[in-house]
Design a protein around this ligand. Structure first.
Ligand code: GLY
Length: 308
């Protein structure tokens, strides 16, 4: 089958504000310049751009854990030539997607926690900067939501965490501190990119600060092959949304399988999103041999470019 032109699709997270689409467009442009190198180089460059932007829940904008101090990030890379690498609960590294790329050079596919950070430091990756005011304000807004009894996620409220964190101390600490209103706080999810290069190679790269609220050590779908990401000879798929739900459907592989079976790409994306209840935030992007696109049950900033 003839392969279409190189293409790249980038998303900034299901539920993120559409105003963030400018960052996705910039990331896509950054990636476009590398589509002539490889699909993986393009996807990774786009995700690095979003990690460095600071407005997305990844890299320098990654969310704080419930303790209000710890930032733990997950990331992944995969291509249809056998590249596979991921990191989970990575701390202190500016670009987790580059750490995932380093893991792909080892005999392993997934490293977590201290070991992942050690590998990243040995690879010379830059350390994280300070947690931004924006991230701190979003954390306080999340605590306010918990305090007011608003749901913290589909089927969960603050009580779901009460046994496992110092709730009263945290709520007391944030009282009086400047914050966004709980309703206006911008919340976003994973960032990701999928690419097809001129050789017909497919690649995917993803990065996230995880859902908020989350306990330390929590891992979502983003570093889990077949759940948050998948790439093979028929295309590449990246998912965004609530990891605890996405993993139950092995969503990225499920959608990839439909595309591989010949389902039109957009229909496969819509079918994937339709697997979830309306209160579960979900988004998908994909490229196939002849198509590319995105779909979400929320607003989702995204951008697409072609090359050549
Ligand atoms: N989709 C990101 C996460 O659940 O961690």
């Amino acid at each position: 089958m003839e392969t279409a032109k190189p293409a790249l699709v980038v998303h900034g997270g299901a539920g993120a504000a559409k105003e963030l689409e400018d960052g996705c467009a910039s990331a896509a442009e950054r990636g476009r310049g590398l589509l002539g190198v490889s699909a993986l180089a393009a996807a990774v460059a786009a995700v690095v751009s979003l990690e460095d932007d600071g407005r997305y829940n990844a890299g320098s904008g990654a969310a704080l854990c419930l303790d209000g101090v710890t930032v733990e990030m997950d990331a992944s890379v995969m291509d249809s030539q056998g590249t596979l690498g991921a990191v989970a609960c990575l701390r202190g590294i500016r670009n987790p997607v580059l750490a995932a790329q380093e893991v792909a050079q080892t005999p392993h596919w997934l490293l977590a926690g201290d070991g992942a950070a050690l590998l990243a430091r040995r690879a010379g990756l830059a350390p994280s900067g300070q947690v931004s005011q924006r991230v701190r304000q979003e954390h306080r807004a999340m605590l306010s939501r918990l305090h007011s009894g608003m749901p913290s996620g589909p089927g969960a409220d603050g009580e779901a965490y009460a046994r496992f964190w110092e709730r009263e101390a945290q709520l007391a600490a944030q009282r009086g501190a400047p914050g966004m209103s709980p309703e206006s706080a911008g919340r976003s999810d994973t960032v990701g990119a999928v690419a097809r290069d001129a050789d017909g190679v497919f690649a995917v790269a993803c990065s996230t600060g995880g859902t908020s609220p989350s306990l330390q050590g929590r891992v979502g779908d983003t570093p889990i092959i077949g759940s948050g990401f998948y790439a093979g000879p028929h295309g590449a798929v990246a998912a965004t949304g609530v990891g605890e739900h996405i993993v139950r459907h092995l969503l990225a592989h499920q959608v990839y399988g439909w595309i591989a079976d010949g389902m039109p790409l957009q229909r496969a994306l819509e079918r994937g999103v339709s697997l979830f209840a309306p209160d579960v935030e979900i988004g998908l992007i994909a490229v196939s041999r002849d198509s590319a696109g995105a779909h979400s049950n929320r607003g989702m900033p995204w951008a697409q470019v072609q090359h050549g």
